[in-house]
Ligand binder design. Structure first.
Ligand code: DGL
Length: 262
């Protein structure tokens, strides 16, 4: 029996688990290595050159160590910068995570869309280009959040996170009134779906939240080709670059489809 393909999923922290969860559902036949670069978290607080200089060699080392069939950069703050660098440096197929502006603008009825991401992601040329190319007549509001990724990490680690702190980060997404108000919010940071229940509850009015994870999972599956048989050796590993042991197994297991990450 041939070994299952390894899929390496990379983020600055625990946000990429929201992408991993969808990929594992789509491809239970694969082996997963999840890498959280927590030693450098949060990426949203670093400059562009710093992120490129950090991520490109680090991903190279991870490829050498784990021989993945495919690498997913489950981080908008990194993907909006590093994908071309990674593709020219390494021959493994890569899938990135970038703000889902095109589907959001295509489905907005009021033509008012907000993009909620880290301060880095909303400043990127890449994001501005997506708006130029795909706004389709929508007014797009860019909202850079300094704290929401850290609040999501904290909540997932079992700490109390106050509603007021989440609501304050969310408020600038809600613009206009009546027929002309925001009806769609792009979750342009993989950490934010971790808080989806609370975002929905704290929103001043109902909106569609666009999470790109299912589309990313479909793309991964297409690149991987037809699924093999589920194998006994298809497990999961969790790596923190700070080398801290992971204390979150119970909380993490659902994201790994019930596997216990080593
Ligand atoms: N999860 C990351 C993203 O999608 C960013 C969080 C951070 O490190 O600032 O953008």
């Amino acid at each position: 029996m041939s070994a299952p393909p390894t899929i390496l999923v990379f983020d600055s922290g625990l946000g990429g688990l929201t992408v991993l969860r969808e990929i594992v559902r789509t491809r239970p036949d694969a082996h997963y290595v999840y890498v959280a670069d927590d030693a450098f978290f949060p990426y949203g607080h670093h400059g562009e050159e710093e992120i490129i200089a950090r991520v490109v060699p680090l991903v190279g080392e991870l490829i050498a160590r784990h021989s993945p069939a495919l690498v997913v950069i489950a981080c908008n703050t990194a993907s909006t910068l590093v994908m071309s660098h990674l593709r020219s440096a390494y021959s493994v197929p890569f899938v990135g995570t970038v703000p889902a502006i095109k589907p959001a603008c295509a489905s907005s009825k009021t033509k008012r869309v907000s993009v909620l991401g880290t301060k880095g992601t909303v400043k990127r040329e890449y994001t501005k280009r997506l708006i130029d190319d795909f706004a389709q007549g929508c007014e797009v509001t860019l909202v850079g959040s300094a704290e929401l990724a850290s609040l999501a990490e904290s909540a997932l680690s079992g700490n109390d996170v106050r509603d007021e702190d989440i609501a304050a980060e969310l408020a600038p997404c809600f613009v206009g009134n009546g027929e002309d108000r925001t009806d769609t919010v792009v979750l342009a940071c993989t950490h934010y779906p971790l808080l989806l229940d609370r975002l929905t509850r704290l929103a001043p009015w109902p909106v569609d939240w666009i999470d790109p994870a299912p589309a990313i999972a479909r793309r991964v599956s297409d690149l991987l080709g037809s699924p093999g048989r589920e194998s006994d050796t298809a497990g999961a590993e969790m790596i923190f670059t700070s080398q801290r042991p992971h204390m979150l197994s119970q909380a993490l297991m659902p994201f790994f489809g019930g596997r216990v990450p080593a």
